[in-house]
Unconditional design. Structure first.
Length: 254
């Protein structure tokens, strides 16, 4: 289920912060491609892209230990040894050029692939403008960043020893979805529903966003008993959504 539009609401001002966030994410992803290679678009992992992610991504183990360097080994290809295909690895010693805590911010504007980037920006565009107009630009900016921070720390709580970098705006955008869920539950949202055939439907926001949350929880249940984290930071998504719900619930009572 992919949302692509919501109820048309005419505001006197444009959603400047949402547009700015999308613009910043676009520029940074373009820089990732420039310095990490064209394979970044397709989510291909190489030495350059791994170094970028480990320098600027949020690495739970660095927060837990206070270290600013991460020693990793990446697979750069495959070869033949004793008649068997074996991975060829390259060790990397990557230093974070900024405070580990600042990577809470930098990681929010990076993406692992073109699909990751496009999906996040689509959700932000569809749902962000309404939330921004409701909160105002200053509060919306603070709200977005806080949700992103909470999402990353929620991920850290469950993966404190992980050296896999957390990147992406998904946690902050999940907070926006949580806000929209409470502020505009009855808004009509147009979605592409893909099951055998692609069908365009119009559903109330509570069902679209409720489905999103249930999907995260369902996927999370599938990881129970699995020692390694998945490529999708599910706890960050859930933590961001919960942060959005909580902040807006308090905001509505003020």
């Amino acid at each position: 289920m992919i949302p692509f539009s919501d109820a048309t609401t005419h505001y006197q001002s444009k959603p400047a912060v949402t547009i700015a966030l999308i613009s910043i994410n676009t520029v940074i992803f373009a820089l990732q491609i420039l310095f990490g290679g064209i394979g970044m678009i397709f989510g291909e992992s190489g030495i350059e892209s791994s170094q970028i992610f480990h320098r600027w991504g949020f690495i739970p183990a660095e927060i837990s230990t206070g270290q600013t360097r991460t020693y990793i080994t990446i697979i750069t290809g495959y070869g033949i040894s004793q008649g068997q295909i074996v991975p060829m690895t390259t060790p990397l010693d990557v230093a974070t050029p900024i405070s580990d805590w600042l990577t809470l911010l930098s990681s929010m504007f990076m993406h692992s692939s073109g699909l990751h980037f496009a999906g996040n920006m689509l959700y932000l565009w569809v749902f962000g403008d309404n939330v921004e107009h409701r909160l105002g630009p200053v509060k919306y900016t603070m709200f977005y960043l806080i949700c992103g921070f909470v999402a990353a720390l929620c991920h850290w709580f469950f993966f404190q020893s992980s050296v896999v970098p957390l990147i992406g705006a998904s946690g902050a955008i999940s907070g926006v979805l949580g806000a929209y869920f409470l502020l505009y539950p009855y808004n009509r949202v147009k979605v592409l529903f893909m099951f055998v055939f692609i069908t365009a439907l119009e559903l109330q926001a509570m069902y679209v966003l409720g489905f999103y949350l249930l999907l995260q929880l369902y996927q999370l249940l599938g990881t129970v008993g699995v020692s390694n984290q998945t490529s999708v930071a599910l706890w960050a998504h859930i933590g961001g959504f919960a942060a959005g719900l909580t902040i807006i619930a308090v905001y509505k009572k003020l």
